[in-house]
Design a protein around this ligand. Sequence first.
Ligand code: 5GP
Ligand code: MN
Length: 357
Amino acid sequence: MSQVSQRVKMDKLIDSEKAKELRGLIEESERIVLTCHVRPDGDAIGSTLGLWHLLRTMGKDACVVVPDKAPASLSFLPGFKEIAVYTCHASFCTKTVEEADLIICCDFNTPSRQDSLAPLIQGAHCRKVLVDHHQEPDCFADLMISYPDMSSTCELVFRLIAAMGLYGDVSLDCATCLLAGIITDTRNFTVNCKHYDLYEILMRLLEKGVDKERIVKEALNTRSYNSLKLEAYALSEKLETFPAHKCALITLSKEELDRFHYERGDSEGLVNRPLEVKGMVYSIFMREDPDCVKVSARSCNNFPVSEICKDLYGGGGHLQAAGGEFYGTLEDCRRLLIDSFDKYDVYLTKGNNQHRK
Ligand code: 5GP
Ligand code: MN
């Protein structure tokens, strides 16, 4: 198929003026930094590394700078070892960001999602571009490319590449990273696939030779023994259900995490499991981290867990996948949710389409 017909097919959701502007910015920049949110996930790493491969193919001096370490489950991604981690190499990251002539911010909608890296990125004098799929972004970049309807930032990046006429520059490595982000954010095409032509994107990426089964195995279905035991413990001992509110809750204290030698990424996916219980509409997971209680939320039926995370835990995200942070004890965090159930019952009402898209 010719590049022109691929363009016609894949770029139809993208504002062509924005794609043109982004291409212009890339062409006139030599040193480009790609960055994402703290506790990066498959979509954050997939989108930054995917663009990194694209830019290198185009002959640019590009660097991925992330706030903190990415989980080991993503280490199979090509280029992973080249990622500069701010909490590990602050001076290298500072120099790289200060020397950049373009920064592309991927998969986050507000500077605070970058934690300690935020002042460096916000203080940089070069132009900035936002490429993201979260709701209600802060206007902190010169070029805002925000599409909350997309399954993932990687879906958006692929469409942007097509709209910029750069599909020919997508290497196998670039395609692998982009598909990893789509697969992790959609849990292998089971949630958030709003656009039917997402499957056409899958086809285009497979055409590049991507090993989809390997991505699913490495990014979704591989874990440590301790992580599996932690999940088993959480489900058998810590799962609370509140049938009247169609809510399931799991809390894990620092002591419990220590007991299972918790490492970053070990509780990935746990929050989804209670939604397997018939009748459950939303699931909340609270983990006692060293600095705060990290809250993760998932839902079905378009129940807006992003509202709960925004109202109660200073966070946000998507309607059906959101998160936040609580500064206080784990029990206070749990109590706050339980005391607020009544307020959110309105969204359970059958036929309530207020949040349907
Ligand atoms: P997860 O539960 O996998 O950590 O995050 C689910 C979704 O919620 C992601 O889209 C993520 O960007 C968003 N999210 C997670 N934690 C926070 C947070 O602390 N603040 C905001 N604004 N969004 C979050
Ligand atoms: Mn994402």
